[in-house]
Each structure stands twice: as C-alpha cells, then as structure tokens.
Design a protein around this ligand. Structure first.
Ligand code: FAD
Ligand code: UDP
Length: 398
C-alpha cells in the first residue's frame, strides 16, 4: 500500500503484527526487516507529513535539492550497513570537505598538515608537523583533548591554537559549553589529523544517495506488508500502561518499535530529557556558487555555527541559483514544537534517560531504537546498525 496521510476510518492497529513509530532510519529499517524476513504485517505511524525522519530531502522553491533538517552526509565503516542501504539506492562518490573560517582564512577541518602550514607559516608548520608525526605517527587522528594533555611546549602551542580557533567558540555556539565541559566523544568526532587527507571523514564508504535520501526511504518502505500513515501521532493510538501496551481498552500484543523521545511517552513526568535544537535559516542566492566547498564552519566569528551549500554535496546542476543553510543552535524547549536534534550527553541526563528506560524494561513487546529513543549522538549508519541488530532479534524470535 502506498504512503498515505491520516488514518482510514476502518483503521485498527490490531490488524497488524507490528507497530513502528517513526519513519526515519530506525523505524524504516525495522519495518522492512519484519515485513520481508519475518513476513509480518507492519504499520508505520509518522507524525510528520513525510517519511525519512531527519534525513528528509526535497526540492525548494528554486528547484535546489535541500536537506530540510540540516546537512546529511552518509559515511560508514560498517560493511553490513553499506550493503543493506545499497539495496535501496546507488551512492555517489561525494567526499565531504569542510573548511573552517578562522579570522577570515579558510583552513581544512579536521585540522591537518595543510592547516598547520596555513596557521603557522610553511617552515614552522613543517617543523610542528614533524613533531606531531614523531609523537603520534603519520595519519593518526588525535582528539583535541588528548593533544591538549601533552607535556611538550611545541605540542602545547599547536593544541592551544586549535583549541582556541577551531573548537572553543564553535563548541560554545553549538552546546553553550566549552570543549572541556562537553562529553569527550563529542569533540572526538573531529580529531586533529596528523596527515594530508583533507576529507571530513576517512570512512571507506561515503557519498550521497544518487536520487536523494527520500528516494532511498521510498524504496525501503515499498513492500506489500508495510502500510505507512503520515500526520499521525502514535501516542493517540497506543500508550504504555501498567507494563502493557494499550490500544484503547485492549492490550496490543504485537511488537511495538518506538523511535521517538522516550520522555514524551510518559508526558515528561520524570522531567524532560535535555536536547539542543537548531534554527535553520535557508537562503537562495542568484549565483552559481557561494563558497568553495559544501560546508564552512565559522569557528571564530558569527552567531551561526556553519554554512552549508547543498549543490556541492548533491552534485545537482542549477545554473544561476544556489541554496545555502545557516545553523543556529539553542536549548530545546519541550512542548514548543521545536525538534530535539542533539541529545546532551551528561551523566545526569543519561541517568534520567535510564529511569525512563526502566519504565519499559518489563514490557516484552516494546522496543526503543534510534537516535531519539536511545538518547544517543548517532550518525545515520549507527542507527541503521542498531535497527538491524533489533530486527535480527525480533526475526529470530518470530
Ligand atoms: P529520526 O530521523 O529523528 O526519526 C524519528 C521519527 O520518529 C521522526 O520522523 C519523528 O517525527 C517520528 N516520531 C517521533 N515520535 C513520534 C510519535 N509519537 N508518533 C509518530 N511519529 C513519531 N548523520 C550522518 O550520518 N551524517 C550526517 O551528516 C548527519 N548530519 C546531521 C545533521 C543534523 C543537523 C542532525 C540533527 C543529525 C544529523 N545526522 C547525521 C544524524 C541523523 O539525522 C540520524 O542519525 C538519523 O536521522 C536518526 O534516525 P532515527 O530514525 O533514529 O531518528
Ligand atoms: N567541532 C568544533 N569545531 C569544528 C567542528 C566540530 O568545535 O569546526 C566540535 C563541536 O563541539 C561539534 C563537535 O565537534 O559539536 C562534533 O562536530 P560534527 O561536525 O561531528 O557535528 P555535527 O555534524 O554532528 O553537528
């Protein structure tokens, strides 16, 4: 059945073997697996008016393919994930490159050999590079917090420069906290690279779905056993009560795969899980090209974190027009209609999440999976891996 908006009059969740909440990666992968490998009849409920979750892309008024919820670049080391997604799309060979605008000079990020020479001049840059190679080895990736911990005046000089000019202000804008205050895994995503590779990711598989992300999801959800209903909030259909999933007055016995925020299921009654959200400011300009690469990070100036120019990553040719996106990060206010984009990985937040998870631990047919439902800073490939692991378990038990 095609994807439809709203629920038909005759809708009864009991007609389905499984209910999937959310049509992003987590929900769509599990739906496909249950439908295909276990022959289950699956209902997918999505409260947005479209599939693909935060990876959704569409043409804007100028005809430029944009990512409505922020720039998404696919990259993975995971062979299974790559093979799996490749069933539903071809990938282009796009290699993502990012430049940091440091006081008006554009330098590669991750900070690398080239950046070092630009920042310190060719001669001194080479000497410092030799020192980094001697200490860490060629092509090593060194998290900024590890570099800062070195007890060597020259390495300290590099660390101080990178900390101040790449991480400090950007992290303050993105998280409202300094790099020392955020979980080390966050800044560890963008380590200093002791080498010449100027790509943002070194993963063997990276690129863009040839016809876009929404097209990938169209194919993934296109299965005779899957029905997708958009503009439907699943909380109007099912709720968790006394260790059971209830649909109206009856217990729902099928599997429920939930990919939304866990606190919302319980009316935030233990407190709201903290997130960062984004104001996304799209602008179409009457030029072929605005900036030399897809993404420029503003690491020493401006209120926004980065500008993305979509045509670089999609490879789309639109003469005389280009669309750019400025991202402004701020605290998420629950119940405000904002999107919870980034979980804030602090111990007390993880503890609050664990308390919510405990509430559903005894509900054998309830499964929380995905970036929101697991309260994790997951990239797309990690969500697909997590969803496949859950699907393996459910298919084995079916
Ligand atoms: P989502 O995509 O959020 O899907 C969950 C879906 O559930 C949503 O559509 C939501 O509407 C729906 N839902 C929630 N509650 C309900 C309910 N009660 N009823 C019905 N539906 C409900 N990853 C990368 O690999 N590369 C990148 O470059 C990258 N860039 C990113 C940039 C930004 C700004 C952000 C925020 C994320 C980025 N990511 C990137 C991460 C990527 O977006 C996620 O890993 C992935 O989309 C998560 O998929 P998901 O299914 O877990 O969640
Ligand atoms: N970061 C930074 N400066 C940069 C790039 C990244 O300070 O130029 C830090 C910042 O804290 C950011 C984190 O590293 O939130 C992870 O960056 P990434 O590009 O992976 O963020 P995402 O694309 O997920 O928003």
């Amino acid at each position: 059945m095609p994807v439809v908006h709203g629920l038909p009059k005759a809708f009864d969740v009991a007609d389905y073997d499984a209910l999937v909440v959310g049509a992003g990666y987590a929900g769509s992968v599990v739906a496909r697996e249950l439908a295909e490998r276990a022959g289950k009849k699956v209902c997918v409920l999505e409260r947005r008016p479209h599939i693909a979750g935060n990876a959704y892309d569409c043409l804007d008024e100028a005809g430029v393919l944009i990512h409505l919820y922020g720039p998404h670049i696919y990259h993975t080391y995971d062979e299974r994930v790559h093979e799996y997604l490749s069933r539903f799309t071809d990938f282009t060979n796009y290699q993502h490159r990012v430049l940091a605008n440091i006081h008006g000079t554009l330098m590669p990020v991750p900070f690398n050999h080239t950046s070092l020479k630009m920042a310190f001049g060719p001669e001194r840059g080479e000497a410092l590079f030799a020192k980094l190679v001697e200490k860490f080895g060629l092509d090593r990736k060194v998290p900024i917090l590890e570099l800062r911990a070195q007890d060597d005046p020259e390495l300290e000089e590099v660390a101080d420069y990178v900390f101040e000019n790449v991480f400090l202000h950007y992290t303050m804008k993105q998280w409202g906290q300094t790099p020392d205050q955020v979980d080390p895994s966050v800044t560890g995503r963008v380590p200093v690279l002791v080498g010449d590779d100027d790509r943002y990711f070194q993963s063997p598989h990276q690129g863009m779905p040839a016809k876009g992300y929404t097209d990938l999801f169209d194919h993934m959800l296109d299965h005779a056993n899957i029905d997708v209903f958009l503009d439907v909030d699943a909380r109007d259909i099912v709720r968790v009560e006394d260790g059971k999933i209830m649909a109206g007055d009856l217990a729902y016995e099928g599997q429920v795969v939930y990919t939304g925020p866990l606190d919302e299921l319980f009316g935030l009654d233990l407190g709201a899980l903290p997130y960062r959200t984004l104001d996304l400011d799209f602008e179409t300009l009457p030029v072929d090209e605005f900036q030399p690469v897809c993404t420029v990070n503003y690491t020493t100036s401006e209120d926004f974190t980065r500008i993305t120019e979509f045509k670089h990553m999609t490879g789309q040719v639109v003469p005389g027009k280009t669309t750019i996106l400025r991202e402004y990060s701020k605290a998420y206010e629950p119940g405000s209609g904002q999107t919870p984009y980034y979980a804030i990985l602090e111990p007390q937040n993880k503890a609050l999440y664990a308390s919510y998870l405990e509430r559903v631990a005894g509900v054998a047919n309830f499964h929380a999976v995905g970036r929101l439902a697991e309260y994790r800073y997951y990239d797309m490939d990690a969500v697909v891996a997590s969803a496949l692991a859950l699907a393996d378990k459910l298919v084995a038990e079916a």
